[in-house]
Structures are given as structure tokens and as C-alpha cells.
Design a protein. Structure first.
Length: 258
């Protein structure tokens, strides 16, 4: 696409309102990047808009807080950044007709497990799509950490621009999310349908590690590796590498398995 197409897309996107349900590390990290890129952002969490006052003040006048239902109704695009175990609490009616970005990953715990995911009958995003039957779910922003997201963005056309995978069943919704990620400073690689989204899930070569670089050799304890990963500035991952890693993926047990 030429520069004219890119700038037109950027102009369209700059009038976009991004709603975020869930303001943990992923939700608040994306909010920061979106505000810096010139987007309006509505924040919501499971508690109340008042609990977000400090974050709204910090992020500035392009940001406001709302309830999840209000945020879902008002957003052009919605990031559903809640634990996967809470996906059935997402406001289904208000998300009908919306493009919903799903950055959730499956982490089975003694308190919550999904047999359809354990058996690989469904991917986690297919489970989310089933709940949000009227919405268009796009799996994205699930395999890069917030610190790397805030460090690796680059202008369009930069030789060291990082690419992120996305998956979805609706081509128009995938284009909307690709346009958003372009404005946020990233290229995208379409991995296909939600059924194929396992190719970038935990325990695949495309999950997190390519964006982190090599951990220091003296880190052996899991908690030390996690602490390092949360702070690592990250390394650029070009689109060709994303495609290569997605193609090489072999489907194993779903979810985080330490």
C-alpha cells in the first residue's frame, strides 16, 4: 500500500475510540500505547469507574472511565482483556456487532479448567467467540508482553518494524484490527481462522519468546525468568519470522504448562 493509503487509514483510525475491558498489565499497557498514538480510549474494569481515576489522570484527556457495558457500547473496537476464566462475564448484548480483540490465554488452574480446550476440540478464542455470538472476535495482542509492546513499535515502513499475528473468522474484522495495530506501530500476519489461532498460543514457538530475546543464562527459577520477561525491552520480530514460526508450530496440550 502506498503512502496515501497509509495516511488515509491513519486519519480514519485517529478518530477511532478503543474501549478496553480489563485494566491489568495488558489492558493498561495497550491504553498507554493507544493514547500515545492519538486514539481516544475508554477504560473499564470489574470494580467501578472510580477505581480508574488515577490511571485516567495519568493517561490524560483522551481517556475516560466507564462500566464494562458502557465501554462495550461506546467503543469502535473493544479489547477484552480479562482472565479467560471470566470471559462469560463480558457484556454479551453490548458487544453484539462489535469487533472484539481477544488477548486472553488459557491457564488451567485447580479452580477453572475447560475440557474442550484440554482436548483441543476448540481454541480459547473459539470458546470466547461462542460466548460472544453476535460479535466478531479477533485473536491478537496475546503473545507479546506490555513492556515489549511499549518498546517495539515503529513507524510504517521501518526496516526493524515488528509484526504481530492475528486470527479470526471475519475478514473485515481482521482488517480493522490490522489497521489499529498499524497505527499503534506494528505490522500483522494473518494466521487464518480462530480454529488456527493455536499456532500463536502458549507453548508454541511464536508465543512471547521471539519478542523477548535470550534470557540471561544464570536465570533458572521460573519466577526469575518471569520477572526478567516482564522487564525485557524486547527484540524486533519481522513478518517473515512470524510466518515461519507459525508454520513450524505443532499442536500440543493447550494452555500454560510449566
Amino acid at each position: 500500500m502506498g503512502h496515501a493509503g497509509r495516511s488515509e487509514r491513519r486519519t480514519q483510525m485517529s478518530s477511532t475510540t478503543l474501549s478496553i475491558i480489563g485494566t491489568g498489565r495488558v489492558g493498561s499497557g495497550l491504553a498507554r500505547r493507544a493514547v500515545d498514538a492519538g486514539l481516544d480510549v475508554i477504560l473499564s474494569n470489574s470494580r467501578s469507574p472510580e477505581t480508574l481515576a488515577r490511571l485516567v489522570t495519568e493517561l490524560g484527556p483522551r481517556t475516560r472511565a466507564a462500566t464494562p457495558a458502557e465501554a462495550a457500547g461506546a467503543g469502535d473496537l473493544v479489547l477484552a482483556s480479562v482472565p479467560l476464566s471470566a470471559h462469560t462475564l463480558l457484556p454479551r448484548a453490548e458487544l453484539a456487532g462489535k469487533t472484539v480483540i481477544d488477548p486472553m490465554n488459557y491457564a488451567p488452574t485447580p479452580n477453572w479448567q475447560a475440557l474442550e480446550l484440554d482436548s483441543n476440540e476448540l481454541t480459547s478464542s473459539e470458546l470466547v467467540q461462542r460466548h460472544l455470538a453476535g460479535a466478531r472476535v479477533v485473536k491478537a495482542l496475546h503473545n507479546i508482553g506490555p513492556t515489549q509492546l511499549l518498546n517495539l513499535f515503529r513507524p510504517a515502513g521501518s526496516p526493524d518494524r515488528t509484526a504481530l499475528p492475528l486470527s479470526g473468522d471475519d475478514p473485515d474484522a481482521k482488517k480493522e484490527v490490522a489497521d489499529l495495530l498499524d497505527v499503534l506501530g506494528f505490522d500483522t500476519v494473518d494466521l487464518g481462522t480462530l480454529a488456527e489461532s493455536w499456532r500463536s498460543e502458549p507453548n508454541t514457538p511464536l508465543y512471547a519468546l521471539p519478542y523477548l530475546g535470550q534470557p540471561p543464562a544464570d536465570l533458572t527459577a521460573v519466577e526469575d525468568v518471569v520477572a526478567w520477561a516482564q522487564q525485557a525491552p524486547g527484540v524486533p520480530v519481522p513478518a517473515a519470522q512470524v510466518k515461519e514460526l507459525a508454520t513450524a508450530a505443532v499442536r500440543g496440550p493447550a494452555g500454560f504448562r510449566m
